[in-house]
Design a protein around this ligand. Structure first.
Ligand code: ADP
Length: 414
């Protein structure tokens, strides 16, 4: 089955086509036929495209909206120009899997999209006004292009965290705010945390029930999850992706009273403050330079700038604090797993986060850590009781696999 995986945002569209089925899943023989991204949908869009393991190409196209972008893309992929020999028309794409950001309390697992599910995703717009509308546009555009007979599946960023108990998801605010407006922790990056937990237990030959780990997704957005018995029992992002760890441009945890103070002192409206916390804070806010961790580490080596140093220190300190918190919440864990652009590629940040954790039995092996970049591997020392791993995430693969399993009515194993 060729599955088109779509991640539709307000002005961007990320896509992959993955050939997979139950046999291929069992043998880990799924094959990515192409992948890419369309940025600046609505104007002169920039398209990045890669067929198989071929060279990346970049070109532009004038596309109005998500529907015309998808139409353009599928035509391109089906043409000889694309070098994707497996796809010659829309009929060669048998299913579509969508990344959907917010499934609220409605969706605890991936769902076959019908009118009721689409309505459910619309009902969650209030919870993710910046994300769900783009996802819905992607679903509607795919329906138009492929017709209702082509099955579409929604894979939710929040679904993996459905198992979090009420003591961890409730905020200590008047309970009626939860009842009336569903204000609570939902958590995000669920597909990524779930995927690396699945890879961890495959690497160690464990069952899901034996999986007791703390996972860190450190990309532009960052989150940590406590996974006990294979289930998410707590996570750092909250009602929105703003809570928790320090991120590229987001503040993460802070005193809520600061929102009013910033508004009063800087003459900003509440939504302008929220935007400042989402787009001008985190690594960018502290360093005053960039949200890009690679650039910050390079700058640190060259100039040892004080604010750059602080940005990196605050980032690592906050992450370490979550290891301590989750060890306490879970009654201990077997491993810490790093993923995302930073978690997969930066031995330096992984080492800094785990610094001084010997008391908890966590000791990074310098050589293993340095050698494990962009690939799976153990990075803790022989003596370390709490293991550490780096595991590249692959959300698109999990979305494609869930799509197959949901269509065939097979329960998902992870
Ligand atoms: P997104 O969350 O948008 O998917 P990524 O997971 O690609 O983002 O992560 C982007 C982050 O990863 C950036 O801060 C980038 O600098 C960082 N990164 C990528 N490679 C490295 C590296 N070798 N060293 C340090 N940081 C890196």
């Amino acid at each position: 089955m060729n599955v088109l995986v779509l991640n539709a945002g307000s002005s961007s569209l990320k896509f992959q086509i993955i050939a997979t089925d139950l046999d291929r899943i069992k043998q880990s023989q799924d094959q990515r036929l192409c992948k890419g991204e369309v940025e600046r949908v609505g104007g002169e869009a920039i398209i990045t495209f890669q067929a198989g393991e071929g060279a990346k190409r970049k070109f532009t196209a004038s596309v109005r909206d998500v529907a015309s972008t998808l139409d353009y893309l599928v035509r391109y992929i089906a043409s000889d120009q694309s070098d994707v020999t497996e796809i010659k028309s829309t009929a060669d794409i048998q299913a579509i899997g969508h990344r959907v950001v917010h499934g609220g309390e409605l969706f605890s697992e991936s769902a076959l999209i019908d009118d009721k599910v689409l309505q459910g995703i619309e009902d969650c717009i209030d919870l993710a006004p910046l994300h769900n509308p783009g996802n819905i546009q992607g679903i509607v555009a795919a329906r138009q292009l492929f017709g209702k007979a082509t099955p579409q599946v929604a894979v939710f960023d929040t679904a993996f965290h459905h198992s979090i108990p009420d003591r961890a998801y409730l905020y200590a605010i008047p309970y009626h705010l939860y009842r009336r407006h569903r204000m609570r922790r939902y958590g995000f990056h669920g597909t990524s945390h779930r995927y690396v937990a699945f890879r961890y237990r495959a690497l160690r030959g464990l069952t899901r029930e034996q999986t007791n780990i703390i996972t860190f997704h450190l990309g532009n957005g960052c989150s940590a999850t406590a996974i006990k018995g294979g289930q998410s029992v707590d996570t750092s992002m909250g009602m929105t992706p703003l809570e928790g760890l320090v991120m590229g441009t987001r503040s993460g945890d802070l005193d809520p009273a600061i929102v009013n103070l910033i508004a009063a002192k800087e003459g900003l409206s509440p939504s302008e403050v929220e935007s400042l916390l989402n787009t001008q804070s985190g690594l960018l806010g502290i360093s005053g330079l960039t949200n890009d961790m690679r650039d910050l580490l390079a700058e640190l080596k060259e100039h040892d700038d004080r604010r750059v140093r602080l940005a990196v220190e605050v980032f690592c300190y906050r992450a370490r604090k979550y290891i301590g918190a989750y060890l306490a919440c879970m009654g201990g864990a077997d491993a810490v797993v790093f993923t995302g652009g930073i978690g997969e590629n930066s031995p330096e940040i992984r080492a800094r986060i785990c610094e001084g954790m010997q008391w908890a039995g966590l000791e990074i092996d310098a050589a293993r850590n340095e050698q494990t970049m962009g690939k799976e591997g153990l990075i803790s020392s022989e003596n370390s009781k709490l293991l550490a791993y780096a595991i590249p995430t692959n959300e698109e693969l999990l979305i494609a696999r869930d799509t197959v399993r949901v269509i065939l009515g097979v329960p998902h194993p992870s």
